[in-house]
Structures are given as structure tokens and as C-alpha cells.
Design a protein around this ligand. Structure first.
Ligand code: ADP
Ligand code: MG
Length: 479
């Protein structure tokens, strides 16, 4: 029996603001417990919330970035529930009318472009944190996080499988960082996702009953959690059972999901408009003003790169993973080395540079090689001064602090042999020493050619210009 996995993602994006959603307390990570909670955040009687303009503008930026509808009038609502880290007894959120409705996020799965529709994005405040470690027989409560501005971004149940869900979440993460509304730091909880997972038989119209896996703060865990959860549900259904709608937690150590609580319904939360806050009114002029401050979006950049540079869509999608990477690419092309083509720069940025950054867990903003130095290095490959292989060694030196590729090439003696007399001499030597292979080649064995070229490269300690070696070898063998 073939099953289809259906996923919808809710992402909690902490908004980059100086102060909290409804109070003047600082919105910064890492302060000593309860030093960043104002009277409003700890819900002292008589305090009143005031909405944070910067957070509202961030939500509008997001709405513009995903081409959603920005509500002219949205409403803050109280979501009531009891929990020790929620001093007011309710969370201020948006319910019936969120600030952003609809919208689309485009992303790549295995080089294929996909898109997913968003249901909504709404503003809300975060709760505090319960601390269970370092305490025996009691829990600590840290209210620093209480009131942190969040944008909750909800997709339609249109993602198919764990891989697709993760690809979407990565793209969304990149987008909120790109437009400057979130620092994207997942270890610090700035971007966390809930994955709603259900399964159905392929061809079924109706969606299956879903379970919601809470608080996934790593893409790897998200993929494992969805895979585990889908398998669990399929096994139950295959055994003739049925799925109970639940909220579940993922345990990474055991790679399994466990029930946390049975799912609340909206009525459990007794939503109603918050009487302490006016409806949020956004004018066309506000939207226009914020629109004018938006950076070029990844999608616009992708379109421009594809047209201007004639690059494959996948290369372009990698170049636009982050604004820093795209800027680096543009700066390396602007460095003034005519030989550095967009394709060459893209190949190196998406290949060698990406893998080095991966190894060292570096972000583009922290790349130790300047775009100018990088472009100069590529130009030395292009003009035949060094081989691709030597260029990788030079890059390693530049990574360690060397600025100028030319001095590294000189110091390490990496200059390629392009002198035709010198190359001809080595080719002659190799041909003389390998009569058998020459004979094989003439008898039609193309493999013998590669072996002869290999020997020339070896004799030259890898420095002979490969194109020239090939050309010389063909000419000599033909003659
Ligand atoms: P709630 O607010 O109670 O969590 P919503 O109806 O707003 O519920 O849905 C939350 C998320 O769950 C959305 O991303 C939605 O796409 C997803 N979802 C809803 N039904 C299903 C389903 N049957 N299978 C998978 N995901 C679903
Ligand atoms: Mg939910």
C-alpha cells in the first residue's frame, strides 16, 4: 500500500527589535534570568500593553516579501491558557484577522523548484521559559522571553514528505534573515517550527488526522521527526487502528516522537479581542514606505542573475542562499578581472568555497577571503597561470590569512608550465618511454591516451598546463 505524507508547518520567528512586543523591556538573548522582564511582562495589575511599531513593520516586510495580503485592519486577541511561564494567563496573539493573509514561498527540492501557499502570518508575544535542569523537585521560571515579538507563519497542508518540509523551512529561514526581520539563530530559539503531520493513501481526497510535533529547532531534527511520525502513523493505520489528534514532542536522543497532550481546540483557548489594544490599522502609505526600504528579494535576484548571467536555475538558487553570498558573488564580478565569468565564480562559490565554509561552520559574513582576492585567484586559473588543483592550495593559504594569490603562487612555486618547448620535451620523453601504450593508442585504445597524459602530468609535478599537454600529445601521436 502506498502512502502519502502530508505536512503543514507553523514557524515561530522571533522578530529583530530592540524592545518587546508590548513593553519597553529589552529584547536581547542571554541576560541573567528575570532581569529583562518589565511590569508588563510579569503582568502586574494595572499595566497596559503598547504594540511595538518595529515588530509591526517587520510583519509588513514579510507580507510584502511573500506577496501576501496585508490586512488594512487586524486585531489582537487573547489566547487563554494556564501555564506557569505565562503570568497573564493569556498570550496576546492575532486570531480572526491576522496582519498577513495568504502569500507564497518558493524553494528547491533536489534542484526542482516548488512553491507553497501560506495561510497566514500573525503577530504574537512569546511566553517565558520553564527551566527544569539544575533544579530538584521544582522548576525555575525565567520571564526574560515573555513578551518577545514573534511572527507565526503558517502554511497550507501542501508539503509532501519530510524532505520537502525541510526544504521549505530552510527557504523560509533564509528569507526572514534576508529581509532583516530575524537573526535566524536557531540555537537561541530565534526560529522554531511545529510540524503537523498526517498520512493518507495515495489517491485519497481527504486529509488524514494529524499530529503536531512541537518546537523543532534544527532542520535535521525536523526531518527525522517527520519521518518517524509518518512511519508511526502508517504502522497504526496498517494494523487497522486510527490516529488520535495529538501534540507530540520529538526526542532527538531516541529519535522518536512522544505524546505531550491531546490537541486543544480553538474553543479551549477562549479567544476574544484584547480590549487593551486598539485594532491595528495599516494604510497604503505605510505599506508603500516600508516597501521602498526593502532589499532586492532572493526571487528578484534569481530572475536577474538567470537573465543577465545565463546561469542554470540551481546555481542561481545556491548563489542567493543569503544576501551576503549574493553580494560576495556580485563584488567578485565587479572586481575588474574580465576573465572571471559568472559561471566560473558560481562554480567556485557553490563548490570549493561552500565546502570549506561547511567544514568550518562559517557564515558568508565571516569569510576570510575578500571578493577581490577571490576574483584575482580565479583570473589566475582562467589565464593559465595555475591549475584548478593549485588554485585550491592557494585558496587554503588565503583562508589562513594570505591576501594576494600572486605572492602565494610565487612562494609555493605553483606556476603552471605553459611554455610549449618545455611541455613538448616532457611529452617526447613520455612517448619514448612508453612504446607499448603508444601502440595501444594507435590500435584504437583511447584509455592509453589518458594514461600517457597522466604520466606527463606526473613528470611535471602536476604543473603542466593540461590543455596544452592534451593538444601536444594528440599532435605528436597523430604525426
Ligand atoms: P492549529 O492552529 O490548531 O494548530 P490549523 O488548522 O491552523 O491548526 O493548522 C495548523 C497547521 O496544520 C497548518 O500548517 C496546516 O496546514 C496544518 N494541517 C492542518 N491539517 C493538516 C493535516 N490533516 N495534515 C497535515 N497538516 C495539517
Ligand atoms: Mg498549531
Amino acid at each position: 500500500m502506498a502512502w502519502e505524507i502530508v505536512v503543514g508547518i507553523e514557524s515561530h520567528t522571533q522578530l529583530l527589535t530592540r524592545s518587546k512586543m508590548f513593553s519597553g523591556a529589552a529584547n536581547a538573548f542571554g541576560a541573567a534570568p528575570n532581569t529583562q522582564a518589565s511590569a508588563v511582562d510579569i503582568a502586574l495589575p494595572g499595566t497596559l500593553p503598547v504594540a511595538n511599531l518595529a515588530a509591526i513593520e517587520h510583519a509588513i516586510r514579510f507580507g510584502l516579501a511573500v506577496q501576501g495580503r496585508i490586512s488594512a485592519r487586524s486585531v489582537f486577541a487573547r489566547k487563554n491558557y494556564f501555564y506557569p511561564d505565562l503570568p497573564k494567563g493569556y498570550q496576546i496573539s492575532q486570531y480572526e484577522i491576522p496582519i498577513v493573509q495568504g502569500g507564497t514561498v518558493r524553494f528547491f527540492v533536489d534542484k526542482a523548484e516548488k512553491s507553497i501557499r501560506l495561510t497566514r502570518a500573525h503577530l504574537e508575544e512569546d511566553a517565558g521559559k520553564s527551566l527544569h535542569e539544575n533544579f530538584t523537585d521544582l522548576s525555575g521560571i525565567d520571564l526574560n522571553r515573555a513578551g518577545t515579538p514573534l511572527l507565526e507563519i503558517v502554511t497550507e497542508p501542501e508539503l509532501r514528505g519530510a524532505k520537502e518540509a525541510v526544504a521549505y523551512a530552510r527557504a523560509l529561514h533564509a528569507l526572514v534573515v534576508w529581509i532583516g526581520i530575524c537573526d535566524g539563530n536557531m540555537q537561541e530559539g530565534s526560529f522554531r517550527c511545529d510540524a503537523n503531520v498526517s498520512v493518507r493513501k495515495i489517491g485519497d481526497e481527504e486529509l488524514g488526522t494529524r499530529c503536531e510535533i512541537k518546537n523543532l529547532n534544527s532542520f535535521r531534527f525536523m526531518e527525522q521527526a517527520i519521518e518517524f511520525e509518518a512511519r508511526r502513523q502508517i504502522e497504526i493505520l496498517q494494523d487497522g487502528g486510527s490516529i488520535e489528534q495529538q501534540t507530540r514532542l520529538y526526542d532527538a536522543d531516541r529519535n522518536e516522537t512522544r505524546p505531550m497532550r491531546s490537541k486543544e481546540d480553538a474553543q479551549d483557548y477562549r479567544y476574544f479581542p484584547d480590549p487593551d489594544l486598539l485594532p491595528l490599522v495599516i494604510t497604503e502609505a505605510d505599506i508603500e514606505r516600508i516597501g521602498a526600504s526593502m532589499p532586492e528579494l532572493p526571487e528578484q535576484k534569481r530572475k536577474r542573475y538567470a537573465e543577465k548571467f545565463d546561469l542554470p536555475a540551481y546555481d542561481v538558487s545556491l548563489l542567493t542562499e543569503s544576501r551576503e553570498k549574493a553580494n560576495y558573488f556580485e563584488q567578485s564580478l565587479a572586481a575588474g578581472f574580465a576573465a572571471v565569468t559568472p559561471k566560473l565564480a558560481a562554480n567556485w562559490l557553490n563548490g570549493e568555497i561552500a565546502s570549506k565554509m561547511n567544514d568550518e561552520n562559517l557564515a558568508f559574513a565571516a569569510l576570510p577571503v575578500s571578493p577581490e582576492g577571490f576574483a584575482k585567484l580565479l583570473s589566475r586559473v582562467q589565464d593559465g597561470t595555475i591549475s584548478q588543483k593549485a588554485a585550491k592550495d592557494v585558496l587554503t593559504e588565503m583562508w589562513a590569512g594570505q591576501r594576494d594569490p600572486d605572492s602565494v603562487i610565487a612562494a609555493k612555486g605553483l606556476k603552471q608550465i605553459s611554455d610549449s618547448g618545455a611541455i613538448e620535451k616532457i611529452v617526447d620523453e613520455v612517448l619514448a618511454a612508453n612504446a607499448k601504450q603508444v601502440e595501444d593508442y594507435r590500435a584504437g585504445k583511447e584509455k592509453a591516451f589518458n594514461s600517457l597524459v597522466g604520466q606527463v602530468m606526473k613528470r611535471s609535478q602536476g604543473k603542466a598546463n593540461p590543455a596544452q599537454v592534451n593538444e601536444t600529445m594528440r599532435r605528436k601521436l597523430a604525426g
